[in-house]
Ligand binder design. Structure first.
Ligand code: FAD
Ligand code: DLZ
Ligand code: SF4
Length: 511
């Protein structure tokens, strides 16, 4: 008799560990455990989402005749760890082998590799074939390349899966339509609401459990409206295709006060725990293009995020771990300011993005990258603390996708293995792509002094502070030319303002 362990982000009917099982005899185990719920102090909504989706998935498998053991978090016999629960089932049954699909995170893979010795049983780890490329394929692609640029990987994936291709190559003649994307937010946009599901009885029970057992975790538990079954997640995808995909490209980078969802898809949660597959999302978007429901710039842009970025960051993760986790190229060490938890800051852009993160366990890409991440970069925040924050606040966060985005894309802590230069911007960028600055205490047009937008002087302080590490980067040349042209007084002003600002955040004063 085999024991198959299904993890909380493996909620897919096509899961590799399910193939070859004898549904009546072999045992399927799913367990809500303290070790996974607290290895970082996940947002309350994230725990509720994962537990409720796990319970719904177990119910479905049970209805299909699988012999399933589901361990609830508050079961008095729950040992609190995956190995504890696996060992408990083994002690009660004639188990001859354990099988599971490869876990998404390196820490768990390392742990599980020690299980055969601990359990004295064979443990088979199957490939996670829900992705569109394997870590081994990525490593082959990466071999011998000086730079691992997403764009070239993406083109290979387009060819491999024949996505948006015709007999002459990429449809429309170009691989990438970003030049047509990324418009500033227009006034009077009528942004459709995100997909919402009313919590059913199972979700209600989980919400009460999370409130009881995780009261000190970050974030608002209610209102809770995530999809928790595959059918609901497919309905969320349908809603995106019908209502938002057509403007996805245009407003991909736009931010509007009190509009957390914009024209994004809000499917990352569902993809990453297995309720949706990447290929079905890509196929639905491509079909929408052929049916004239959405233009090429939007559809190609959306597909690139899934077929390109999502697969690429996973490839980087498995190629570079475990060293990637401790990378700190810029030697940044400032502790995470308290306002990342409280949103209590006068910088309106930061207040907006942190408040929305607290409310929704979601922020869209440009909020994560160009507001929250940009600040972390220019303020020199410690990569460990920043990674911990991103891993726990978002309901779609797992280390394989979070770490390369934070360490590589946001903090340039890997020294440029993922991005060719730091994504760094002053207040002017935020002002161009959002209406946040209008409601801010600081003046985005002012460069120095107490009323100046902190992003303005911190930007130049960052460039100056990292001269030794970044001047040689060819894509930073124009920034260093501008810095070199600045008067000594101007540079002193930048340093003084930055010093005043850093002293205030280090003393936990409101900035
Ligand atoms: P959309 O904007 O509608 O994009 C569609 C899908 O494309 C996403 O659901 C996602 O699966 C994929 N995608 C888009 N961009 C990326 C990317 N850069 N890397 C990988 N996949 C991408 N994404 C996560 O899934 N989990 C994370 O923990 C995570 N952390 C991030 C941290 C930082 C600092 C940054 C800059 C980005 C992070 N991302 C992460 C990528 C991206 O921001 C989210 O995937 C996206 O915001 C999720 O919202 P959505 O489903 O509405 O995505
Ligand atoms: C995210 C998460 C949480 C909050 N809780 C559980 C859990 O109790 N049991 C479980 O099997 N999985 C959980 N998960 C998902 C795991 O953390 C995830 O499988 C690993 O991080 C590997 O990607
Ligand atoms: Fe953010 Fe500066 Fe704009 Fe204020 S003025 S919202 S701090 S970019």
């Amino acid at each position: 008799m085999k024991l198959c362990l299904i993890l909380g982000d493996q909620l897919s009917p096509t899961l590799s560990s399910l193939t070859g099982l004898d549904p009546q005899n072999d045992i399927l185990l799913m367990c809500e455990v303290r070790s996974e719920a607290t290895y970082v102090k996940h947002h309350k909504k994230k725990i509720a989402f994962v537990f409720s989706a796990m319970r719904h998935f177990a119910k479905k498998l049970s209805g299909e005749g699988y012999n399933i053991r589901y361990i609830k978090y508050d079961d008095p016999n729950n040992t609190g760890s995956l190995i504890g629960e696996v060992a408990r089932i083994i002690s009660q049954n004639a188990i001859t082998a354990v099988v599971l699909t490869a876990p998404g995170e390196h820490r768990l893979k390392t742990e599980i590799e020690g299980w055969p010795a601990t359990l004295n049983l064979p443990v088979t780890i199957k490939e996670d074939d829900r992705f569109l490329s394997t870590p081994a394929e990525f490593a082959t692609w990466a071999e011998g390349r000086r730079q691992l640029r997403m764009e070239y990987f993406y083109r290979e994936m387009r060819r491999k899966y024949s996505v948006l291709m015709d007999q002459n190559g990429p449809i429309g003649g170009q691989w990438n339509y970003d030049a047509e994307n990324r418009k500033p937010p227009g006034s009077g946009l009528d942004v459709p609401d995100t997909f919402r599901v009313q919590p059913d009885e199972i979700t209600q029970e989980v919400l009460a459990l999370v409130e009881t057992h995780f009261p000190d975790h970050f974030g608002d538990l209610l209102p809770f409206h995530f999809a928790v079954t595959r059918d609901q997640a497919v309905a969320a995808l349908d809603q995106f295709i019908a209502k938002r995909l057509n403007l996805f490209g245009d407003y991909q980078d736009a931010m509007i006060q009190n509009e957390p969802w914009m024209y994004h898809s809000h499917i990352g949660f569902y993809l990453n725990c297995g309720l949706l597959t990447p290929l079905e999302c890509i196929e639905r978007a491509e079909a929408a293009y052929h049916q004239g429901m959405a233009p090429l710039n939007a559809v190609e842009g959306f597909i690139r995020q899934i077929l390109g970025w999502r697969e690429y960051v996973r490839g980087i993760y498995w190629l570079k771990m475990p060293d990637y986790k401790s990378a700190n190229f810029l030697e940044a060490k400032r502790p995470l300011p308290d306002f990342y938890w409280t949103a209590d800051t006068q910088m309106n852009c930061m207040r907006q993005c942190i408040t929305e993160t607290k409310q929704n366990a979601y922020a869209h890409h440009i909020q994560r990258l160009m507001v929250l991440g940009n600040f972390a970069l220019i303020a020199g925040l410690d990569p460990d603390e920043v990674n911990n924050w991103y891993l726990l606040v978002y309901a779609d966060a797992y280390e394989w996708v979070e770490l390369p985005n934070v360490t590589g894309m946001v903090l340039f802590a890997d020294g440029g293995q993922l991005a060719s230069k730091p994504y760094v911007a002053s207040g002017a960028y935020i002002n161009k792509m959002s209406n946040y600055c209008r409601a801010c205490k600081y003046k985005v047009s002012v460069k120095n002094g107490p009323n100046a937008c902190p992003f303005n002087y911190l930007y130049w302080d960052f460039i100056g502070r990292n001269d030794g590490k970044l001047r040689g980067n060819p894509r930073m040349g124009f920034m260093y030319k501008s810095l070199d042209r600045m008067s000594a007084e101007k540079r002193q002003e930048i340093q003084d303002d930055s010093h005043r600002f850093f002293t205030a955040i280090d003393a936990n004063e409101k900035v």
